[in-house]
Design a protein around this ligand. Structure first.
Ligand code: ARG
Length: 471
């Protein structure tokens, strides 16, 4: 039996039906809707609300539909949405008895339940991909614990680090993204079913039972909240947007580092494009597209927040317009994680260039100041002044870091504190050596190969445990 012919006598205008239908994106909740209907019907029978035999017939048809797939459904806009299409399918198979499956249920609680069911799986998929990404970063970092590079602040040479340390910075951002999704999952994993249209139902339904049958951790406490809230979608899309932002920053670095000016890395041919006119070109298009696509996710997030802000309680059809943004965001983010991971894993690192940059622009200067403090017990601020002036002098005279020796340091220190420091040349040499710089940063979180190794091991164990927990 159709929804029409009761209150409404006429068929819906064709254009209006098309305009308001959600069928285009409802395929995402096809299986979830079958699951939801089966659980609800089973519960109705178990509580004696509908006949056991009727329930059995309905469930059998629903299970068959699940096996046949969505292609078995008649999906034209006149059926409005997947919920009605499935109900009509069951009606076609067993007749009017199918109508019992909608007892004490509304499409309002049904769609909210379906969305949460489908989203739970999608979140798990993204979580797995994030862990795989961290795995790749850890593997790459293993090979680059001693690969020197400059770390930047303000995009100016700052201090020396290693490529491994930098890769682990990415890894930790993804670890937080992973944990954020894990936390969001808890709020997705609650069951709205039983809320019906908005105030539950006069039938003595068993919400605990459907919650268990559907594998939710609990049911939603307030039925009006259950049918009108979509904050779980906004939150998920924020999480995805943050992942994309982190991916985009990596892409930005890959683009920058593969320039002739940096020459720090080379992207694989498989992840590059060339020009139709300039034969010499090797362009980082994958990274560029990923960088740009990040803003599609932000658009999804803004649209969802925009739809939500003006809605009176409880269900409004506006909520339907939120859903496509969720599927869109999940798809975009998933593709981005996979492609950026694959692109990054093929990157060739130019370690000579990394070292060259580390010694050519005073990135080791902090350690000379530190050495002065340690050796001469003078305040850091004073040492900072001496080294700053020293570098100013070196630049003006067209000298290099290799020309810095004890007598040059003394010349400057006499200017500033009126006395010589008489530092050992060897101490100066070691202070300015990039490898020594990195080794000395043997502080938790730092780039010394020992600390990086410890960090790697921790991450490795974390990924292993979490992958296990997702099985
Ligand atoms: N397609 C609808 C949605 O996604 C299902 C719920 C329809 N409910 C209603 N009262 N029209 O929100």
């Amino acid at each position: 039996m159709n929804l029409r012919g009761g209150r409404l006598q006429k068929k819906m205008d064709e254009e209006a039906a098309k305009f308001t239908s959600s069928l285009e994106s409802d395929h995402h909740i096809f299986y979830a809707d079958i699951k939801c209907n089966i659980a609800h019907t089973r519960m109705l029978a178990r509580e004696g609300i509908i006949d056991e035999k009727t329930a059995h017939k309905i469930i059998k048809v629903l299970e068959e539909l699940g096996k046949e797939g969505i292609k078995a459904l008649k999906l034209d806009p006149s059926v409005e949405d997947i919920h009605m299409a499935i109900e009509e399918y069951v009606t076609e198979k067993i007749g009017e008895e199918a109508g019992f499956m909608h007892t004490g249920k509304s499409r309002n609680d049904q769609v909210a339940t379906d969305l949460r069911l489908a989203l739970k799986e999608k979140i798990r998929e993204i979580q797995k991909e994030l862990l795989n990404f961290i795995k790749v970063l850890v593997r790459m970092a293993e090979d680059h614990k001693e690969t020197i590079m400059v770390g930047y602040t303000h995009l100016q040479h700052a201090q020396v680090t290693t490529f491994a340390h930098h890769l682990l910075a990415y890894a930790h951002a993804f670890k937080r993204d992973y944990e954020r999704l894990k936390d969001t999952y808890k709020r997705v994993d609650v069951n709205p079913l039983g809320s019906a249209a908005l105030t539950t139902t006069s039938f003595p339904i068993n919400r605990k039972l459907t919650t268990r049958l559907l594998g939710f951790s609990d049911y939603m406490e307030n039925s009006m909240d259950a049918v009108s809230s979509r904050d779980f979608i906004a939150e998920t899309i924020f999480d995805l947007s943050m992942i994309a932002a982190n991916l985009s920053r990596i892409c930005e670095e890959m683009i920058l580092w593969s320039t002739y000016e940096f020459r720090l890395i080379e992207l694989a041919d498989e992840f590059s494009s060339t020009s139709s006119i300039m034969p010499q070109k090797k362009n980082p298009d994958v990274a560029e597209i990923a960088r740009a696509r990040t803003s599609n996710l932000y658009s999804n997030l803004m649209s969802v927040l925009g739809i939500l802000k003006g809605l009176p309680y409880t269900y409004n059809r506006d909520l339907q317009e939120i859903t496509p943004h969720l599927w869109d965001a999940l798809g975009t983010c998933y593709d981005m994680i996979c492609i950026v991971r694959r692109m990054l894993s093929t990157v060739k690192v130019n370690s000579e260039r990394g070292f060259e940059l580390a010694v050519s622009n005073f990135a080791t200067a902090t350690d000379l100041a530190d050495a002065i403090v340690m050796e001469k017990k003078i305040p850091f601020r004073t040492a900072h002044q001496i080294v700053g002036r020293l570098i100013n002098h070196v630049i003006k005279e067209g000298l290099s870091l290799l020309d810095v020796n004890s007598s040059l340091v003394d010349k400057v220190s006499e200017e500033i504190i009126g006395e010589k420091l008489e530092l050992d040349d060897d101490i100066i040499r070691r202070a300015l050596d990039p490898h020594e710089n990195v080794k000395r940063r043997n502080v938790p979180g730092g780039p010394s190969p020992r600390m990086v190794e410890a960090s790697l091991k921790k991450l490795e164990a974390y990924v292993k445990d979490e992958l296990e927990s997702l099985k």
